[in-house]
Design a protein around this ligand. Structure first.
Ligand SMILES: [Fe+2]
Length: 196
């Protein structure tokens, strides 16, 4: 039998080795300086990270994220080079969550976890093939795989970097932790000049 996927989404999960304790201090400093914006967050704090906010540590994180994005970009067979369009800080406290949303209009999106524990809400992704939601129930599934899964869940860990296509819908479950769930999210775009 010659069975293979014909369309696919991806998720990249890398464990980095950054000084998350110092990054957490810098993020809390930002929180004390700037008021929150409200987009997908239900409660919690969210603010754009501007050029002026970039400490040496955040600048380093940005460089590492872009490096991974461009490695994946090439691996997936795309031309051009990705650049960071925006980064923002999320601090969810107990009970805070993020509603189902995607980042359509960008190319790759992702999140780096600075402070989490086992009770910080997990991030859940939805299969872009929404037809399967109406075609079969989970009772029919013997073993989950990329053909029959409707959702994919990740429990965040400190120093974990997730990268996924911006069109992939996702949401964050309410945190049940006493500890602030601190993360930095981002969107990239592509620089490409057609020389043909
Ligand atoms: Fe998001």
């Amino acid at each position: 039998m010659n069975l293979y996927p014909i369309f696919s989404d991806f998720l990249s999960a890398e464990k980095l080795d950054l000084d998350v304790k110092t990054l957490a201090l810098e993020c809390n400093r930002l929180k004390n300086k700037k008021t929150s914006r409200y987009i997908s967050n239900v409660g919690g704090y969210q603010t754009t990270i501007t050029f002026e906010d970039l400490t040496e540590n955040l600048q380093n994180l940005k460089r590492i994220i872009l490096n991974y994005c461009n490695i994946i970009h090439k691996e997936l067979g795309f031309k051009g080079e990705q650049y960071m369009d925006e980064m923002w800080l999320n601090i969810n406290q107990k009970g805070n969550s993020n509603e189902l949303h995607n980042h359509v209009g960008y190319f790759f999106s992702g999140v780096f976890y600075i402070q989490t524990d086992s009770k910080s809400g997990c991030i859940k992704f939805e299969n872009t093939n929404i037809a399967n939601q109406f075609t079969f129930s989970d009772n029919l599934v013997e073993k989950y795989n990329c053909y029959n899964s409707k959702k994919y869940s990740i429990q965040p860990e400190e120093n974990m970097l997730l990268i996924f296509p911006s069109w992939l819908s996702h949401y964050v479950l309410p945190s049940e932790s006493q500890k602030d769930r601190i993360s930095i999210a981002f969107n990239t775009l592509v620089n490409y000049i057609n020389k043909d």
